[in-house]
Design a protein around this ligand. Structure first.
Ligand code: NDP
Length: 241
């Protein structure tokens, strides 16, 4: 059986940890990214994982990129929809562009990436689609109407697709992380982090990217074949959905 995995946004942050964990679990990994060539080159140098540049917000670019990955590495068995962006603003100040960019990447990106791999997975009677949502898609977050809508949409998308894929051996699941100690979160003012954010997390610390990556490796495995349409909340007890 093919052990090829694509991880979108797979060369930095949580995505880099996912790409590395899948490689360590025996997968041949293609790490997609959008524009940060330096980070992608450094990631390939460090891990040996091939990187591929295209935007998940562009359907044709996704179809062409996936075709290239399959020509290079073989049929895709595992797709991890991890790429995501924020364009935060309180709603009265949110521009249509801020809304659209976040929806295009964080929600439409799932359609754009999943649609081109779906037929092959159906034909081969095996597939794993794992998408990275967010605690803020489950509970909502002021200043993130766009992001919360997209991340909640990822969960609805996955529940619908889980029903369509079940008989074809395709599972479709979601991981909803809470605060994870990536560059983005560690860049938050230390006082805000220590006095306002960490006290909201019952386990008393940020999550690690590797903790999300281990959930992905489990959901990707054949052992997880009875789990579909699920959302794993990985948030240190901050929110129960
Ligand atoms: P980072 O900002 O560290 O990395 C984002 C990655 O996504 C980068 O590799 C980036 O590419 C890529 N990317 C962005 N836009 C596109 C696009 N249009 N097409 C292809 N790739 C793109 O993010 P995190 O690691 O923090 O987050 C990863 C996922 O986890 C996101 O979906 C995020 O919403 C979610 N999440 C994160 C949390 C956290 O605490 N960090 C909490 C909850 C959810 P490039 O390197 O080229 O810029």
């Amino acid at each position: 059986m093919s052990k090829v995995a694509i991880v979108t946004g797979g060369s930095r942050g949580i995505g880099a940890a996912i790409s590395t964990a899948l490689k360590d679990a025996g997968y041949t990994v293609a790490a997609n990214y959008a524009g940060n060539d330096d980070a992608a080159a450094a990631f390939t140098k460090e891990t040996g994982i091939k990187t591929y540049k295209w935007s998940v917000a562009d359907y044709d670019a996704c179809a062409a990129g996936i075709k290239q990955v399959e020509a290079d590495l073989g049929p895709v068995a595992v797709l991890v929809n991890n790429a995501g962006i924020t364009r935060d603003a309180m709603f009265h100040k949110m521009s249509p562009a801020q809304w659209k960019e976040v929806i295009d990447t964080n929600l439409t990106g799932l359609f754009n990436m999943t649609h081109p791999v779906w037929g092959g997975m159906r034909d081969r009677k095996f597939g794993r689609i794992i998408s990275i949502s967010s605690i803020n898609g489950q509970k909502g977050q002021a200043g993130q109407a766009n992001y919360s809508a997209a991340k909640a949409g990822d969960i609805g998308f996955s529940k619908a697709l889980a029903q369509e894929g079940a008989r074809a051996g395709i599972t479709v699941n979601v991981i909803a992380p809470g605060y994870i100690g990536t560059e983005m979160v560690r860049a938050i003012d230390e006082k805000v982090l220590n006095e306002r954010i960490i006290p909201q997390i019952p386990v008393g610390r940020l999550g690690e990217p590797e903790e999300i990556a281990r959930c992905v490796v489990f959901l990707a495995s054949e052992d997880a074949g009875f789990i579909t349409g699920s959302t794993i909340s990985a948030n240190g007890g901050q929110y129960f959905s």
